[in-house]
Write a protein that binds this ligand. Sequence first.
Ligand code: AHR
Length: 340
Amino acid sequence: MKASRIVSTFTVALMALTILAACGQAPASAPPAPAAEQPAAAANATGKKTYADMTLCFPQLGAESDWRTANTASFKETAATLGIKQLVFSDAQQKQENQISAVRACIQQGVDVIALPPVVEDGWEPVLTEAKNAGIPVIIVDRSVSADPSLYAAHIGSDMVLEGERAAEEFNKMMPDGGAVLEISGTTGSGAAVGRAEGFRKKLNPNITILDSQTGNFTRAEAVPVMQAFLRKYQPGTDFQGIFIHNDDMGIGVIEVLKAAGIKPGDLKIVSVDGTRGGFQAMVDGWFQADVECNPLLAPQVFEMALKLMNGEPVEREVLTNETVYYPENAAELLPTRQY
Ligand code: AHR
């Protein structure tokens, strides 16, 4: 998806209201801006809002992976460093209904901005509409939503389709004569799993088939039985030569299963996603042939955008993280430098 620069309707409405107020031209009888376009926090006459004024709601989707742990730490550490007034944090334990309740509680509290990492893509329209009607801008963080973009201010996160394409390109290079791969995907219906699966299928050479695909829900524990079932059904090396795994945590679960089955590092081509320390260790140990980066350290950009929204400044609608692919060749050298 291409990044585009479209000024948020929140900010346009805020700028218009601020100018009118400053010029004393907003008569009491003037019709209010449509509720859906009212800003969360109007800049006052004394100047701009600062981080010390900010209450930011971060209804985290869960704690399913090392990536997620790093993402949570990024928000907590950045909030402390910037000295924001309050970070309203919650953990939805990978349940959308918990996230929706957390967003509703934040609307009730009257936070300035909501930074929402949606566990799945669908089903957000009602609560996003409630936030919009309350005048609270929402930044969609990390994964995407399928809701109409007019319901939120912006999205900051990875290009999940590109990550899947990058994984496919690794298999294309490693298996020029074709073959078969298995896929262990992330949470069903999540923007990360949907995007990676789409990109993977888009770029995978036609001579490489996807023998089977099952979800491991982005967790180490759930990937283990998936891989065990695959090994009962398919013969490694004969039926399949590679495995595409949607994150490093599931990859580590897969390695446990392969080791127990007597499979050695390098017997199968394995490509994972994230670039966590665990993923780097798996490359050092010879299990992963590539690790597609997905960067969890999103908080600095999110807080910066949140402050702009509070001050009625324009923001980019889509901010995609600049990412790369890591390889075993320099994994040992880079491992000590990894932040997550
Ligand atoms: O949405 C990002 C994905 O979610 C990461 O790849 C995964 O590790 C996490 O659980």
